[in-house]
Design a protein around this ligand. Structure first.
Ligand SMILES: NC(=O)c1ccc[n+]([C@@H]2O[C@H](COP(=O)([O-])OP(=O)(O)OC[C@H]3O[C@@H](n4cnc5c(N)ncnc54)[C@H](OP(=O)(O)O)[C@@H]3O)[C@@H](O)[C@H]2O)c1
Length: 377
């Protein structure tokens, strides 16, 4: 069918669907009808899809917001195929959707689309919205960041972590301790954020090391800098054993922003009793380990916050989806910061999407994991 006919009438798209959640092996590539775009929508031929940790939780059935949905995926970039709103056929755009981005074509609400900045690839554009807005909301709206603050960033080489560093780099005099899971990520961060490349103080990257207490790693960083007493903001998406030492190193009036729980993420696990792997001894061990970690996760008495004069905040971007004014103002603030394009660490072809999620789930990725969709998918 010709592209113009495709774009104005109902057609069929290819999606990665999860008819039954519980395991990555439940993802199936299937055709799906796509109606003509409704008012306020344009059809987009998807060229790249950004992966998010939330996608893994969707497929495993651990994400309540996904319940009742079939196709995961929160962000994409591509080419507009129909005129609508401020967009014309042929425009290069990126955008967000409340699920459904694991597809070759979609009808996108124009309010959630933005033009791709000049010089950015489709992959870079698809890597931008969710993690950048997540990092900015955490730092600006919840963390109330100010020049001169000291910030602890967990998983600093991940998608959100790197965007947080880029934002912090744009604010004068910030001191930053970035924490990662292995020394190779430290090397990557030292190369990406070389000393002297921005007006900033006391930037250091460390890895959580077996046998070394995280508490002492934090104390060493604080003690090494005369102007630092502790952290004004903590960005924590790992939770787990790093929580209490990080909370204890928060300054009075400090803000602890919790927006994920990667330490409770199943690495390779099936939660689907309808698959054979569910019954394998290794899977049972992993489920028990996960259950143990969940039951022993850190907890805090709220009264303690009053006594300590510290704040803990949690949030999930998916519930901000309807707050369009807030989203727009964050996009504008970020555009004014003129951030570098996001770092795309890994690219997988559309037909290899389950492999990409399996890799992402291991926690070894650096930067963003992106799915590329061929032009004539
Ligand atoms: N609340 C929200 O709205 C929101 C939005 C986007 C993302 N998030 C959360 O923010 C975090 C970062 O998201 P992202 O998409 O940018 O992912 P990412 O940082 O690219 O990847 C997640 C990172 O988690 C760390 N990790 C720690 N323990 C892990 C484990 N047991 N298994 C796997 N990974 C583990 C790994 O980094 P290190 O080992 O280097 O620490 C891994 O690279 C995720 O926890 C995600 O759920 C929340």
């Amino acid at each position: 069918m010709a592209a113009s006919a495709l774009s104005t009438t109902a057609t069929t798209t290819k999606v990665w669907a999860v008819p039954r959640t519980g395991s990555l092996s439940n993802l199936v590539l299937q055709p799906q009808p796509l109606p003509a775009p409704a008012a306020g929508q344009v059809r987009v031929a998807v060229r790249a899809i950004g992966l998010n940790f939330a996608d893994v939780f969707c497929v495993l059935g651990l994400y309540t917001a996904f319940q009742g949905s079939l196709v995961p995926g929160l962000e994409f970039s591509g080419v507009v195929e129909t005129d609508g709103g401020d967009f014309k056929k042929g425009d290069r755009v990126y955008g967000t959707t409340r699920f459904g981005a694991y597809t070759t074509h979609l009808n996108a609400d124009t309010r959630y689309l933005r033009p791709i900045p000049t010089g950015w690839s489709f992959a870079e554009a698809a890597a931008y919205p969710v993690q950048t807005i997540t990092a900015y909301y955490a730092l600006k709206e919840l963390g109330v960041m100010k020049p001169g603050h000291t910030v602890l960033v967990q998983s600093a080489a991940g998608g959100v972590g790197l965007q947080a560093l880029r934002i912090l780099e744009a604010v004068p005099d910030m001191s930053v301790l970035g924490v990662v899971g292995n020394p190779a990520k430290v090397d990557f961060l030292n190369k990406s954020f070389p000393t002297g490349s921005a007006p900033r103080k006391a930037w250091k990257f460390i890895s959580r090391e077996a046998g070394v207490s995280f508490r002492s790693q934090l104390s060493t960083y604080v003690a090494a800098h005369e102007h630092i007493r502790g952290f004004d903001i903590v960005l924590d998406s790992v939770h787990g054993p790093a929580f209490q030492p990080s909370y204890d190193h928060l300054n009075p009036c400090g803000r602890y922003v919790l927006f994920g729980s990667a330490s409770l993420a199943p690495s390779t696990i099936s939660l689907s009793p309808t698959t054979l792997t569910f019954y394998s001894p290794m899977n049972v061990v992993r489920m028990l380990t996960l259950a143990y970690k969940f039951l022993t996760r850190p907890r805090l008495d709220p009264m303690q916050l009053v006594q300590d004069n510290k704040a803990i905040m949690g949030y999930n971007l998916i519930w901000l989806y309807d707050k369009l004014e807030l989203m727009s103002s964050m996009y504008e603030d970020l555009a004014a910061m003129n951030l570098r394009a996001p770092h795309v660490g890994h690219q997988f072809a559309f037909d290899k999407l389950p492999d990409a999620l399996a890799f992402f789930q291991t926690g070894q990725s650096v930067g963003k994991v992106v799915i590329t969709v061929p032009e004539k998918a």
